[in-house]
Design a protein around this ligand. Structure first.
Ligand SMILES: [Zn+2]
Length: 280
């Protein structure tokens, strides 16, 4: 081989190697920064209007839990992000509306949906699942009864809710069989079975250190004045079971010195700090 040819080849090989060594890094998704200690982000996923004329509007909250070992998305709102199209700043479906896409709020907190380790939904109603498909690459933590209804199409069909969960049929999933499921194995984030509103309804305990620990109530309650009520909501699938679940959660709250966050309660929601701020 002539020295000039060898030199050209050498340069070409070096250039190729340089590209190869850079390419895997460039192709890699930006790794979300997991925090050193537990964080809870409250995301504004909209409102429900006039569901009960005697009642105030409801908040629709979504939550991101960031733990040193991974992340958990809890509830996904009433409006799918796809409905934010040019010129549409407040999309509506049924009684629901939202003004902020979920994805943007996650980004502001430093996360992309594909970075999220786990998805858990309090239950399958349309106002909790609108962006469920966004987390189809996460591992879905779910009770069997809830997953079965969602996949066989007998869960909530209002406002295209079945379309909004369609990709979950391909998701990795973990069936929760125990009454309590410790998500990260250190007791800091626990899913608690609370059937009644739906067959596989869950609430979520987050053992915050600097703030009071909280239980995110899903729809175990909708309003504060339901606390201690002997009458379950008429719309619950199994009202007697709801009352048992409420009793168990009341005992759990005492045991863990935790505060109940009623997700739909607007007055409380409005006072909470929102992502990218967080509770820890
Ligand atoms: Zn709800």
């Amino acid at each position: 081989m002539k020295p000039t040819v060898r030199a050209v080849l050498k340069t070409a090989i070096e250039a190729t190697l340089a590209i190869l060594s850079i390419a895997p890094l460039a192709a890699q998704a930006p790794k979300a920064n997991l925090p050193e200690s537990l964080r809870l982000y409250v995301l504004d996923c909209g409102h429900l209007h006039g569901r009960n004329p005697a009642r105030p509007d409801m908040a629709v909250a979504c939550y991101l839990i960031a733990h040193p070992k991974g992340t958990l998305m809890w509830d996904t709102g009433v409006i799918p992000d796809e409905m934010f199209t040019p010129g549409v700043t407040t999309p509506t479906v049924g009684s629901g509306s939202a003004t902020k896409p979920l994805r943007e709020q996650l980004r502001a907190a430093g996360y992309d949906p594909k970075d999220i380790t786990y998805l858990a939904l309090s239950h399958y109603h349309f106002d909790h699942v609108a962006n469920a498909n966004m987390f189809a690459s996460s591992t879905w933590l779910v009770r069997k009864a809830e997953r079965d209804k969602m996949l066989d199409g007998t869960s909530d069909s209002r406002n295209n809710a079945l379309d909004h969960i369609s990709l979950l049929k391909n998701s990795k999933f973990k069936i929760i069989e125990s009454e309590e499921y410790d998500v990260f194995g250190d007791g800091s984030v626990i899913l608690k079975s609370t059937p009644g509103h739906t067959p596989g309804h869950l609430v979520l305990f987050i053992n915050l250190k600097k703030s009071q620990p909280v239980v995110l109530a899903g729809d175990l309650y909708h309003y504060r004045d339901e606390l201690g009520s002997p009458t379950p909501p008429a719309t619950d699938e199994d009202g007697a079971q709801t009352l048992k679940s409420r009793q168990q959660v009341a005992e759990f709250l005492k045991q863990h010195h935790a505060e109940l966050w009623i997700e739909h309660e607007l007055a409380v929601f409005e006072q909470q700090r929102k992502a990218p701020q967080f509770y820890e």
